[in-house]
Structures are given as C-alpha cells and as structure tokens.
Design a protein around this ligand. Sequence first.
Ligand code: PEP
Length: 255
Amino acid sequence: MRTKIAAGNWKMNKNYQEGLNLVLDIQKNTQPSDVLVILATPFLQLKEAIHITRYNPHIKIAAQNCHHEEKGAYTGEVSANMLAAINVEYVIIGHSERRQYNRESNEIIAQKVNAALKAGLKPIFCCGESLEIRNEGWQERFVNNQIERGLLHLSAEELESVIIAYEPIWAIGTGLTASPEQAQDMHFSIRKKISEEKGEKLAQNMSILYGGSVKPNNATQLFSQKDVDGGLVGGASLKASTFIPIIQALENDPT
Ligand code: PEP
C-alpha cells in the first residue's frame, strides 16, 4: 500500500524558536488521517522537533542531508548514524540545490543513500530535470538515469524504505509548477522504470511525491493524478496557514 505523504522542506529558514513554533502549530492544526506529514527542519531543531511530536504517529521529522561517510574529518558535516542516534527517521538526499551548490554527483548521492539505509533512516530521494533538458524533450531519460545511478543498485527490499520525490528544477521556488499531466507522465515513467528493474509489486507500493511550487491552490489538482502520492513542499511549508491546506488537499484526495 502506498503512503500519502505531505513533506515540508524548510531549507535554511527558521531560527530555533520559530521552527519549534511551526512544529507546534502544524501539530495543533492537523488531525490523525491517512496522510503522513514529514517536516524536514534544519539540523538545529531536529531533536526538539522529535520530542514535540513523539506521541504523534502522523508527524515525522526529517533531516535535509547527511554525509556519506560514517565518521571522520569532515568539518561541518553530520552523519546518518548521528541522525539515527537522536531518532530521526527520514533524510532528504539528492535535492537539486545540493546537487547544484554542493556539486553532489549521482555517485555521492548513491553513497548517501547507502549510508542512510545502513543507519536505519528512510531516504527521500530527489530527482528532476532542468528547463533546458525539458525543452529538448529528454526529461524522462534524464530522470531515469538519476534513478538508475542513485537508487537501482539497491535490492527491492531496501527500496521499500525509499520515498522518491520528483522535483523539476525549473519549478522549485520559481512559482512555475509542472502541470498535473506533466507530473503524472513523469511519475508514471519513474514507476515503470522501478517496475521493469525491481518488480511491479514494489513499484506499486512506492510513494512518489511531486515537488516544485506546490501551493494550496494547485495541490488538489496535482494530488488527483494517479501516480502522484503527495508532495515535497518548500516555500508553502514555512507557514501553517499555507501548509495545512496542502495536507488537507491530500487527505481529501480519493486517488
Ligand atoms: C523544494 O525545495 O523541495 C521545493 C519543492 O520548493 P518550492 O515548493 O518552494 O518550489
């Protein structure tokens, strides 16, 4: 069974107290439902956010990154084991901002996925094409290649712990959104690739999220697509007043 997921990626926003206030606000304004809410806070708030939500099975906390090595001389980095030790359950890996600004290659991303799984974390694996690639029409090949190089070395059993987030780079933080049809086409293509390589049962059970300017006014249409199982939300996850309606749109989605 696929899990419906509304994940918020706060990026480098919210100081310590602002972040905790947002966790409290979201927790206060959400009811138990079939939607899993995941909040990817800065490292700073992880421990306290986990404490605040400890009795709430519908809200989980994620890190936005981890290092691919277990420990060592990597100044400024945080390992997957360190995250697991404070009960973090999810970690975003391969976000396009990290691919771009931190030059993370598919190979490093694959190693991060391995490190996360080894530590018992569930990776939220991001993929997505640039506008140039979409304009040239080979977006599906590009994303399939990211999936192949970042994920397909895993066994079907390991992949059961992975969430995929399709995030076209041209739609992230730009106010441009993929049309529901564009999102559906790509999600279908990703699921087909997983099915061909690892089996239909796994492919049908994997949650594939759409990310790229999801807002309260477009969430319902995006989530209504058959292969869109939820969203990874940046800007609109920074306020309860914009994130809650997105969670509700997913709760009300019958697909
Ligand atoms: C993101 O960074 O994962 C994202 C989708 O951002 P936004 O919703 O702001 O486009």
